[in-house]
Design a protein around this ligand. Structure first.
Ligand SMILES: Nc1ncnc2c1ncn2[C@@H]1O[C@H](COP(=O)(O)OP(=O)(O)OP(=O)(O)O)[C@@H](O)[C@H]1O
Length: 257
């Protein structure tokens, strides 16, 4: 990793009561990477995302996002940094009483970065980047399919042209065809727009087809880290069991970039 990492996590420890979730966890992610985070249930994947974006304070350690110390920087620095990343949580979390277009407008208006005349064209651009037809903007979230709702959430996460995108289980609840189309969208955001994408997922197809790097959480730390082929070759018992549920011929296992 030549340039400064986009995400730099050092010695992070997280406890809930007597439960130790992270125990001195270190992780660096560079610009333009598409990284999938996996791990058994309760290994702290979602909590780690929340710690990176400033929603949960770790008990120890430092978390830097885009060079900013998420838990110690002054508010002005944090507020500027918040505009440089987007996130999509498991349920998409759209405002149900607003149209899709109005949902995408929220960050544009809140940031004050876009002049009024630019808001409609920017919304149209974000909807197109998320792979939605133009008329999806007029619809209410409840009128969309699950896959389209997730695309709408991506459009909103892209509103401010983020450098980093975080997604928690983006393909959960989608049928396999819609899920693969969603994978293609994520790959395009990374490859075509240069966005660093960090995705927590249990979806083996996502892992094996679009992730350039897989990070495995286990035992409070990073228990595996590498290209899909490297991680699949690991001796770690949990990793072996995880991937044994779906064996792929070696030729099909992508080797990453
Ligand atoms: N606010 C909280 N209060 C107490 N415990 C919490 C809290 N948030 C998370 N935990 C616990 O921390 C552990 C890690 O949670 P996390 O949601 O990060 O798991 P995960 O790795 O994403 O799991 P899964 O794959 O099942 O979604 C879990 O045991 C969870 O119960």
């Amino acid at each position: 990793m030549s340039a400064a990492p986009v995400i730099d996590i050092r010695g992070v420890s997280t406890r809930f009561g007597r439960q130790v979730v992270h125990d001195g966890l270190d992780l660096k992610i560079g610009a333009g990477e598409l990284v999938a985070i996996i791990g058994g249930s309760g290994t702290g994947k979602s909590v780690l995302l929340r710690e990176i974006v400033g929603l949960h304070r770790p008990d120890a350690g430092t978390v830097k996002l885009l060079g900013v110390d998420v838990w110690h920087a002054p508010e002005a620095e944090l507020s500027a940094m918040r505009r440089r990343f987007g996130m999509m949580f498991q349920d998409g979390a759209l405002f149900s009483s607003l149209t899709v277009a109005a949902n995408v407008e929220v960050p544009l208006r809140e940031s004050g970065l876009a002049p009024e005349s630019m808001i409609a064209p920017l919304v149209a651009l974000r909807l197109a980047q998320a792979g939605l037809p133009a008329d999806a903007g007029e619809k209410m979230p409840s009128q969309l399919s699950g896959g389209m709702r997730k695309r709408a959430a991506i459009a909103r996460a892209l509103a401010l042209e983020p450098e980093v995108l975080f997604l928690d289980e983006p393909t959960s609840g989608l049928d396999p065809i819609t899920a693969r189309a969603f994978d293609g969208l994520l790959r395009g955001l990374c490859d075509d727009l240069g966005i660093t994408v960090v995705v927590v997922t249990h979806d083996l197809d996502t892992l094996l087809t679009i992730a350039k790097r897989i990070v495995v959480l286990g035992g409070g730390r990073v228990a595996g880290d590498g290209t899909p082929a490297q991680v699949m070759a690991s001796d770690d018992p949990w990793i072996r069991e995880y991937f044994s549920s779906r064996k792929m011929p070696a030729a099909e296992v992508p080797d990453g970039p």
